[in-house]
Write a protein that binds this ligand. Structure first.
Ligand SMILES: *[C@@H]1O[C@H](CO)[C@@H](O)[C@H](O)[C@H]1NC(C)=O
Ligand SMILES: *[C@@H]1O[C@H](CO)[C@@H](O)[C@H](O)[C@H]1NC(C)=O
Ligand SMILES: *[C@@H]1O[C@H](CO)[C@@H](O)[C@H](O)[C@H]1NC(C)=O
Length: 406
């Protein structure tokens, strides 16, 4: 499926100032946990998409939203997915804009999937993604979304430990409680400001405890975007237009279940009962605006720990002041940082880079970005050299459900 995004520039012109959902912070924070306005919105899931927990060969991984879609059959329940699957399912289940879904797809398949079949595992590596099945994949190791410190799986996620701590695939119930206690300061709402505090707390923890902490574009941008997705996509109703991102809206999608004794257990992700999808698509430009807001309002500079926790090396890419500038940083990083951050055995880097370049040019053509600058590649490789990439240390790649908070 070839998707041509609607003109990004006209979208951007229409939301020149901050998008509505960012402006709406104060009214929403002031709101109590009362009824969400869900008039006219679509209830998810529909009857054709009942919840079923994953079977023994079904792949599930670090992304709760994709796991939820697969557990309801909006995505193939196997967890082996194509671009068409992801664009259709994220639109149907969450009202994700197709340009955003396409970019996330490009990042995911280029780093972790099969360039020929266009298939990706949303969890660990799986021979079903490869052109030749269980034979050696043609373009090298296809790590699946579990593969660490490539675009989609990185340090400082809200509810998963950094891979360095050896458990990055399943929800950590203690981290869920930490996020919940931050939301409690915002009236129990998982607002943009609450999620910025979560990002800051997770960043500070990684900086202080993870000797191979890595926070560079592309990965760092994905980490911030994913936190903005909590209110944007998990809210019951449209966040910023009467939607509510509270415990009832988000817990089931994160796979967090409260036990009678007050502890939390991680369980397969699902949509809550009586939950209504946002009414308008959340697009690439909305996401870039949210990431810019995260990056400029908390002290979370790009950089990496050089093998020790007291050896942070910042990445200086100049000030980022607007959405166009951020879009160009992302585009540049997709082109320049891929070689440094794809260290998967046997990957054909030229093939990966040209796969990305061919596909992102149309998505980014309206941001006025400078053409590819080879010096940037050197800057990124210097900053990336301490990063350690790889599959999860555990031989069993599947998320372990049933872990409880302490
Ligand atoms: C969503 O909002 C509707 C309308 O206020 C409410 O009836 C429903 O219980 C809410 N669902 C969740 C999961 O909070
Ligand atoms: C992670 O697991 C590896 C392999 O079992 C082990 O060598 C390492 O010490 C563990 N790291 C931490 C932080 O527990
Ligand atoms: C290319 O990138 C380098 C390093 O960030 C920067 O110093 C230089 O000005 C850039 N050159 C152009 C033509 O943008």
């Amino acid at each position: 499926m070839i998707f041509r995004p609607a003109c990004l520039f006209s979208l951007f012109a229409a939301c020149n100032a901050f998008p509505a959902y960012l402006r709406s912070e104060s009214p929403l924070s002031a709101q109590d946990n009362g009824d969400a306005n869900v008039d006219g919105l679509k209830r998810i899931p529909d009857a054709a998409h009942p919840f079923q927990p994953p079977g023994p060969t079904d792949q599930r991984g670090p992304c709760p939203g994709l796991n939820t879609l697969a557990n309801h059959g909006y995505l193939p329940r196997s967890g082996i997915v194509t671009q068409a699957d992801v664009i259709a399912a994220t639109a149907e289940g969450f009202n994700m804009g197709p340009d955003l879904a396409e970019l996330l797809w490009i990042i995911s398949v280029a780093y972790d999937g099969d360039l020929i079949t266009g298939k990706l595992s949303i969890g660990g590596p799986d021979p079903r993604t490869a052109a030749l099945g269980s034979l050696e994949p043609l373009l090298g190791y296809e790590g699946g979304l579990d593969y660490h410190s490539t675009g989609p799986e990185g340090d400082t996620t809200a509810t998963r430990q950094d891979q360095y701590f050896n458990e990055s695939r399943a929800l950590d119930p203690n981290l869920y409680i930490q996020m919940q206690s931050i939301a409690a300061k915002y009236g129990g709402q998982y607002t943009i400001d609450a999620m910025k505090d979560v990002q800051k707390a997770r960043y500070d923890h990684s900086l202080a405890h993870n000797p191979i902490f890595y926070f560079l574009p592309v990965e760092a941008l994905v980490m911030m975007g994913a936190k903005a997705f909590v209110p944007a996509f998990l809210s019951n109703g449209t966040f910023g237009a009467g939607g509510i991102a509270n415990e009832a809206s988000i817990a089931a999608i994160f796979g967090a279940r409260k036990l009678p004794d007050g502890r939390y257990e991680n369980v397969p992700e699902r949509f809550p009962r009586n939950w209504f999808r946002r009414g308008t698509p959340f697009s690439l430009v909305d996401t870039l605006a949210a990431i810019l807001d995260f990056y400029t309002s908390r002290d979370i500079p790009f950089g990496a720990n050089a093998g020790r926790v007291d050896a942070f090396v910042p990445l200086d890419i100049g000030a980022i002041t607007d959405v166009n500038g951020l879009a160009c940083v992302l585009k540049q990083a997709l082109q320049a940082n891929v070689p440094s951050s794809i260290a998967q055995p046997g990957r054909d880097l030229e093939a990966v880079v040209s796969f990305i370049v061919d596909r992102i040019d149309p998505l980014f053509q309206d941001f006025g970005c400078p053409s590819y600058n080879a010096t940037q590649r050197e800057v990124y490789s210097a900053a990336s050299q301490w990063n350690q990439y790889g599959p999860p240390a555990s031989a069993d790649q599947r998320p372990k459900y049933g872990q409880t908070s302490s």
